[in-house]
Design a binder for this molecule. Sequence first.
Ligand SMILES: Nc1nc2c(ncn2[C@@H]2O[C@H](COP(=O)(O)OP(=O)(O)OP(=O)(O)O)[C@@H](O)[C@H]2O)c(=O)[nH]1
Ligand SMILES: [Mg+2]
Length: 167
Amino acid sequence: MKKTKLPQVVIVGRTNVGKSTLFNRLSENIKAIALDQEGVTRDFLSDTISWQGRSFNLVDTGGISLRRTQDPILAQARAIALSLIESADIILFVVDGKNGLVTEDREIANLLHKHGKTVFLVINKVDVKDAIENVHEFESLGFSKSCFISATHGKNIIDLLELNALR
Ligand SMILES: Nc1nc2c(ncn2[C@@H]2O[C@H](COP(=O)(O)OP(=O)(O)OP(=O)(O)O)[C@@H](O)[C@H]2O)c(=O)[nH]1
Ligand SMILES: [Mg+2]
């Protein structure tokens, strides 16, 4: 029997926004390293997620920095992330609702708009009190589909699965 290729759902965003924490939430098999420092995920991890009888391949990437860098590891992480964006069917673009919108988010948003992929904006860390004031800033990124989550607390993760990843 011919094996059909699973939809490829790729988590992208700048460093430290909670991509790996979200990946861990959704994945029961592997644990990405989630630490409170920048650039923790340098390569990528993937896992097959099944939800209500449907499956997709979820990919966690290292934080994308579009800034010029002399660091070969950062440059390689960026190259990997960019090629994963190319291969994605759906992109989960994670931003940090605690810190609010920063220039790097805009740069990544522009890149994603250019690629013309299906993008879901995932505003994370809304468990933090101040996040509530920041979240509307992200509307200016120009993505019509968005949701608010807390990856650490598991808030709205089911909604994310139902609304976004498997459609
Ligand atoms: N308050 C709060 N903190 C979070 C949430 N999700 C992640 N964090 C914290 O944010 C920090 C970064 O989380 P990671 O999951 O490593 O972030 P990342 O985007 O994978 O980082 P890189 O791989 O370095 O790009 C950690 O200290 C997490 O505990 C959340 O929903 N709420
Ligand atoms: Mg990570």
